[in-house]
Ligand binder design. Structure first.
Ligand code: SAM
Length: 352
């Protein structure tokens, strides 16, 4: 096949842009950890000397970081004044943890996932999985920070109200299990909103459960929220009014087994809410920027995690509504539907 030089240059340009993106990801994590964005947003426009002084960092490093960030469009440079600053939008996405637009956790989690590249490469050769627990700890904190802004914006105002009759139960006093809860962001948001209900977060990963307990202690939620180490097919208790799975069903080796366990743990008229990454049913419909991030994360984290567990069904992070609903039905649920969706999430409701 003859190479079209113009198309070749276009492709190389795109790949070069991605090299810049890969480096920018690392630079964002550094800026976040050292407080460079927060200082620049609060006190800019600044020179590299001023920013280094304010953050207790070395000016020569800071100058190079500022230059790279300005070239990436993550901060602004005023050449006449020789000063750097952040626009309101850059500051919102790079310093405001409470904003749904915050991107810091995504960069923290994704750069952490990349550190597993040698193990994942070996997985390609052997077919063996790599467990969630085998990743760099920045993945756990980064995942919480990545998802929490979306949960804050959607979980209580939109997702729970999309479920049939669940809000009334939560207001009156319900028993809720949040399975695969990670650091417990979703568990705590629900506990804050529904003071008459009892919440327990379960995750097989002990360090995540320890960290969730620490965070809950600081949130002053008292007795109504607790965290216990347990796998999805083994979590204790029955008669739950609501069981929730946030972005974890596809990470499990045996999601059908997990569904069957949820089925017997629910009250007769209970509800299972499954939040999964947004995906269409067919690969060709997911070949877009969101699919790119989710398939990438799925290759590094979700698929290897599932392959590391029993059965190893490996749904992947882009399973889509049809495949997910099939898994829920195989687990014994008869009333399964898409309750609502956002550009980033599918919210499924499953009832016995
Ligand atoms: C992508 S994280 C999501 C964490 C949390 N739900 C959130 O939304 O921030 C996936 C979580 O699933 C947990 N997990 C994976 N397999 C599990 C299993 N078989 N049983 C319980 N938890 C599991 C992992 O430990 C991890 O905390």
């Amino acid at each position: 096949m003859a190479v079209d030089q113009a198309k070749l240059m276009e492709f190389v340009g795109k790949a070069f842009g991605d090299m810049g993106a890969a480096l920018t990801a690392g630079l964002v994590v550094i800026g976040d950890k050292l407080g460079l964005y927060k200082a620049l947003a609060a006190h800019g426009p600044m020179t590299s000397v001023e920013l280094a002084e304010r953050t207790g960092t070395a000016e020569r490093y800071v100058r190079e970081w500022l230059s790279a960030q300005a070239a990436a469009g993550y901060i602004e440079y005023d050449a006449a004044a020789g000063r750097f600053r952040m626009s309101a939008e850059q500051a919102e996405a790079l310093t405001n943890e409470a904003s749904p637009a915050c991107v810091l956790g995504g960069f923290q989690g994704m750069t952490a996932a990349l550190r597993a590249a040698p193990k994942i490469t070996e997985g390609f050769r052997t077919g063996r999985g790599v467990g969630w627990h085998e990743h760099d700890p920045d993945l756990f904190e980064g995942t919480r920070r990545f998802f929490q802004p979306g949960y804050t914006a959607n979980l209580v105002p939109n997702w729970l109200p999309a479920l049939d009759g669940v809000i009334a139960k939560l207001e009156a006093g319900a028993r809720v299990a949040d399975v695969g809860c990670g650091l417990g962001a979703s568990t705590m948001l629900m506990a804050q909103a529904f003071p008459h209900s009892q919440f327990v977060g379960f995750d097989y990963h002990a360090p995540s459960i320890e960290r969730a307990r620490e965070l809950a202690g600081g949130a002053g939620l008292g007795e109504r929220v607790r965290f216990e180490q347990a796998a999805a097919k083994e979590f204790p208790g029955t008669g739950y009014d609501l069981v929730t799975f946030f972005d974890c069903l596809h990470d499990m080796g045996d999601p059908v087994g997990a569904a069957a366990h949820v089925r017997q743990a629910l009250a007769a008229n209970g509800t299972w809410m499954i939040v999964e990454p947004f995906a269409h049913d067919r690969l060709e419909e997911n070949l877009n920027p969101i699919g790119r991030v989710f398939y990438g994360a799925s290759t590094f984290v979700c698929t290897p995690a599932s392959l590391s567990q029993e059965v190893g069904l490996a749904l992947g992070a882009q399973a889509g509504e049809s495949r997910l609903c099939e898994v829920l039905r195989q687990g014994g649920f008869t009333r399964v539907r898409l309750a609502t969706q956002t550009p980033f999430n599918l919210i499924l409701e499953a009832r016995p």
